[in-house]
Ligand binder design. Structure first.
Ligand SMILES: O=C(O)CCC(=O)C(=O)O
Ligand SMILES: [Fe+2]
Length: 427
């Protein structure tokens, strides 16, 4: 513990300003990086198994992702989580982020500590691909030195297509396997591509690293977090309800039409959204209603509790599916001892179904094969239990975040340490 704190307390010196030569040339002349072509590094992806909190990251992505930087790609960035008042959800990223950073520094023999420039969950749905490119191939990306892609699900099992390919040298392709981390320099020595995804949702945790501290992601995230959490009390759950940013971040557009990703992810799991405003808001844009209090329905039933907005409802639904095996096992164990909590379900009085623009055929084509988790037989009883568990989960992460933030501010670096360990160290 002590050594972990000291490590973070005394960051290694950061790199001097980068010389003007391109990275590829610099590496050839630097003993630490004498293995300049990628093929003379370990040709196989480094395997970090098991992926720390992989299912949790999947839950976060399915509940928080926005449309991404390429067609049919969705992404969840740490800054987006903070901007939607879900800063506590960055905590599950931190151990694996630290571990990957250490591995990249070790693997490439970095003399100076690297800075994380970007951390994000990125999913590639049917039709997504990227042709030959290097990761520093735009003027605004020139500072990127290294890339690490951690695969969170399996080729063939969860998606088809989507192989990673290197243009030169070996291995010529990489088959994504959950837990594998692929690391490469971001420059032209590692021109690569991703084959078109033919089915399913290919999920990765992608990080880029830089030696230029002006592009340190941590500094920006700490400043964002400090602004958002300025007057926040540890016990206030109200603050932990997600607050949606502009709707266009969730709008997947295809030709003239498309769908809202929040609504689509609910629909493919069999849920519909209902608004309690009876007619008063009928003239407003239905997409705006996604930011207002909503109810959830399935078939003819409507759940009695109200959600703060569409993101809140989606987060609870995805949490339910993440925890469904646990919840149903607990219920089986206690069968007979616990009274069913029914009735939870109300009739469709005083609510109206949200009439959102949605091209169901495109939803099915892009996201249709991602609903394997809907196999669990659904129960409102279990769902109600999941709401309580979600609230506990959020409160506990939120508490940790409030404790850790001052340490991050004073180190100007984001890291994870168990808060109870921190308190022991302070004494
Ligand atoms: O997901 C991958 O395997 C690589 C993605 C990639 O090349 C990129 O985003 O630049
Ligand atoms: Fe790339």
């Amino acid at each position: 513990m002590r050594s972990q704190l000291q490590r973070h307390g005394n960051r290694r010196p950061s790199a001097p300003p980068p010389p003007s030569l391109p990275l590829s040339r610099r590496l050839q002349g630097t003993p630490n990086f004498s293995l300049s072509p990628r093929v003379s590094f370990n040709p196989h992806p480094l395997v970090l198994n098991p992926v720390l909190r992989g299912q949790e990251l999947e839950f976060i992505h399915r509940s928080c992702s926005t449309v991404g930087y390429r067609p049919n790609v969705f992404s969840t960035t740490l800054s987006h989580l903070i901007a939607t008042d879900c800063g506590h959800l960055i905590l599950p990223f931190l151990s694996i982020r630290d571990r990957i950073k250490e591995k990249v520094e070790g693997f490439f023999g970095c003399e100076f500590e690297l800075f994380v420039e970007f951390t994000g969950l990125i999913s590639w749905c049917k039709g997504a691909y990227i042709g030959w490119h290097s990761d520093d191939n735009r003027p605004y990306l020139e500072h990127r030195d290294f890339a690490a892609v951690c695969y969170l699900n399996n080729h063939e099992e969860h998606f088809k297509g989507g192989l990673f390919r290197f243009k030169d040298g070996g291995p010529s392709f990489v088959t994504p396997v959950a837990g594998d981390v692929l690391m490469y320099t971001a420059d032209i020595r590692n021109i690569h591509s991703v084959d078109e995804v033919l089915d399913g949702e290919r999920l990765t945790l992608t990080l880029w690293f830089t030696r230029n501290n002006e592009h340190d992601e941590d500094a920006k995230l700490i400043s964002l977090l400090s602004q958002r959490l300025l007057n926040c009390e540890v016990e206030t759950l109200k603050f932990c309800f997600p607050s949606p940013p502009p709707d266009n971040m969730y709008w997947f557009s295809h030709d003239q039409f498309g769908f809202d990703i929040r609504n689509a992810r609910l629909n493919i799991l069999g849920f519909q959204l209902f608004s309690s405003c009876n007619g008063a808001d009928s003239s407003s844009d239905p997409l705006e209603l996604l930011s207002k209090p909503l109810r959830l329905g399935r078939g003819d039933e409507i759940f009695h509790k109200e959600f703060a907005n569409g993101l809140h409802a989606l987060q609870v639904v995805q949490f339910y599916y993440w925890k469904a095996p646990l919840i149903s096992a607990a219920r089986r164990k206690t069968e007979g001892n616990i009274k069913p909590r029914q009735p939870f379900v109300t009739e469709k009085k005083g609510v109206s179904k949200l009439d959102l623009p949605c091209d169901h055929q495109i939803v099915k084509r892009v996201l249709g094969h991602t609903c394997e988790m809907s196999d669990y037989s659904f129960s409102w009883d279990d769902f109600d239990l999941a709401i309580e568990m979600w609230e506990e989960y959020v409160k506990s992460l939120h508490r940790d975040l409030i404790v850790l933030l001052p340490y991050w501010v004073s180190n100007q670096s984001i890291f994870f340490v168990n808060p109870s360990e921190l308190q022991k160290c302070d004494i």
